[in-house]
Design a protein around this ligand. Sequence first.
Ligand code: G3I
Length: 367
Amino acid sequence: MPAFTRRSFMTVAAGVAAHLVATPTTAQGQRALRDAADKTGLLYGSAAAAKFLTVDEQYADLLAKQASILVCEAETKRKALQPAPDRYDFNAADTIFRFAQKNGQKMRGHTFVWHDAMPEWLIDALDQKPRDTIITDYISTVAKRYRGRVHSWDVVNEVINIEDRAPGFMRTSSPWYKAFGESYIDIAFHAAKQADPDAILFLNELNTEANERWSANIRKGTLDLLDRLLKRNVPVEAVGIQAHLKTFRTAYSDEVFSQFLDEIGSRGLKVMITEMDLADSDGPADPEQRDDAIASLAKRFLNVAFSKPHTLGCITWGITDKYSWLNSTPKYQRADGQLCRSLPFDVNYQPKRLVDTMLASYGLRAK
Ligand code: G3I
């Protein structure tokens, strides 16, 4: 396999663009992912971090050109937005919302209710068995501030956890579950619907994609929970498939993934790939071999996802390897000290084979 170069990216991008709609920008390969996605009606987007946007022009430029939708990696989590019970701080989130507006990009909201990234005061308050308003006041404040600018909200995040060994695989160790039982999910969705009726309301879930027994349990837990929510008329409208794929660690099956997406669709719900990256911590030392394996898994995965009419698009959890969370997370760091190559662009902002396969997957949907 020849080395992948910027030139090959241009050639592929131009080729894909040519049979979509040729515009001067796509022909130069400048906005390849964004344009390829635009032609299909699907979205392509990335997580963004305000702390890099404000200091790194190349990063900002890449995000502006390639992404049609952004999501804050940290800035719209409760720890960032409500550092004290009586104090909100929207500065960092506003930076990203302003950037998206300037560049004609949609925004996702991530996330109202999560067991992680909670301010200390909130953990203490939940321990005291608080009233519903600890959920509803927050959602109302945040959702109303950004109403009209948010494509979709992750209303709840990672509510299934097989390690808790609980009925229905629910995350019973979550402070939210301990305070409210499962009803915190209902309360959150109703509050979100009331505060921003036009945003698509997501249940965002982790580790649903692997062809492994534990992942099958997560899928079952997710589908059973959706059935209970829908029966109770909870306004859940879509499922976020995070897709933190472990290229060399877990098995993947097109058929299993396809069936799961069909199950979601049969319930009248939309799907979106919300946090895709492809960890390569256990892969070989040769970066080319890792890039090949990553690209080939992404191709299989996205081709299945994009074959479904209820799929809305794909977001990668960052755009350049330079700022991937995997590189600062011990369980994903490589023993040989090399950085992970899990995202579309490398540390020097150059496109990798992953970009080629993503363009081809979007291209398939366009036909
Ligand atoms: O803000 C503090 C800063 O004040 C402090 O100096 C610094 C010292 O380490 O830490 C900063 O907080 C970090 C935060 O990211 C903001 O950058 C936390 O340590 C770090 O744990 C946190 O990690 C994020 C994690 O969610 C928890 O919020 C990752 O960057 C982010 O990629 C990750 O994203 C999650 C999704 O939200 C949900 N799905 C899984 C995904 C990956 O874990």
